[in-house]
Write a new protein. Structure first.
Length: 303
């Protein structure tokens, strides 16, 4: 008995020396679970938060989009739409049930809105769709009321569930039962937000219009030219934009948005065409020359 007690004491001493705290204490233990805070310097760069604006950034809640591929409602309302100056004002707005995302009221100020989501503000009768611009940042694109009734969802997987019920899962976490048997992985469905039904779908085929959602070419729009299959690796898709520039990206980064050259959603004014550094410089030069700064008024003569 004495030898077993001595061995227990020795084990406790060794564990204390190796971990830095005793087995019975709880004050120095490592935290459990996910982190509930987000430092501003570690926040996604496409949120465009100033690094001198404080230590912390709003951490998105668990939701349909990943943390680094989403835009929390705080950033959307306060930093982009400028409808609030502080977080407290944003919380006041959402708690009054004034913000809808995909037709549902969202009262969580940290709710993660993501690509293709439709944001509706009934008070101002405004509709917005979240898209990527050619610099990899979220753009809050205003749309019409008719277009706000649907969204495009990419199919991530199709399976047969319990009791032989077929279903598919989309990029925004939706599970839809009894889809069309012709819908496969990487295809895109047109989802009616009012009825929750699939009204149309677009196959992942050569010749269709697509938008890139990841990688260095995020935000660019073009026509699919070719698909390279690499068993055991990443399939590569070659795309050509409207001005004739070709580029390649992974299959998982390609999101179909239209049949042929016709898009089912309206695009921002640059239509997903990425300019080179020299072209961007020339564009800014022409813009500045077309709108020269106003001349300063001459100082009034003093008596």
């Amino acid at each position: 008995v004495r030898s077993s007690a001595a061995s227990d004491v020795y084990k406790r001493q060794v564990s204390t020396q190796s971990t830095g705290f005793s087995a019975g204490s709880t004050s120095n233990q490592m935290p459990r679970g996910v982190r509930k805070h987000l430092k501003r310097l570690h926040a996604p760069s496409h949120w465009m938060l100033g690094k001198l604006g404080g230590t912390w950034a709003p951490k998105p809640s668990a939701g349909p989009h990943k943390l680094r591929e989403s835009l929390p409602l705080i950033v959307l309302i306060r930093n982009r739409l400028k409808y609030a100056l502080t977080k407290k004002e944003v919380v006041t707005i959402v708690k009054q049930r004034l913000i809808k995302v995909d037709g549902k009221v969202r009262t969580d100020a940290h709710f993660p809105a993501g690509f293709m989501d439709v944001v509706h503000i009934p008070k101002t009768n405004e509709y917005f769709r979240l898209l990527w611009d050619v610099k990899g940042r979220f753009i809050i694109h205003p749309i019409s009321e008719i277009e706000a009734k649907y969204k495009l969802c990419q199919v991530r997987k199709t399976e047969v569930g319990h009791k032989g019920i077929p279903f598919l899962v989309t990029h925004d976490g939706r599970t839809i039962r009894y889809p069309d048997p012709l819908i496969k992985k990487h295809d895109v469905i047109k989802y009616d937000l009012e009825t929750g039904k699939i009204t149309d779908f677009i196959k992942f085929e050569v010749g269709n219009l697509c938008l890139i959602t990841g990688g260095r070419n995020r935000g660019r729009v073009g026509i699919i030219e070719n698909r390279e299959r690499h068993p055991g690796g990443f399939d590569i898709v070659h795309v050509k934009d409207s001005v004739g520039n070709s580029f390649a990206t992974r299959l998982t980064n390609v999101f179909i948005i239209g049949k042929g050259t016709k898009s089912l959603v309206t695009l921002p004014k640059r239509k997903g065409v990425k300019l080179t550094i020299l072209e961007e410089k020339e564009r800014l030069k022409n813009r500045d020359s077309a709108h020269p700064p106003a001349a300063a008024a001459p100082a009034s003569a003093t008596a």
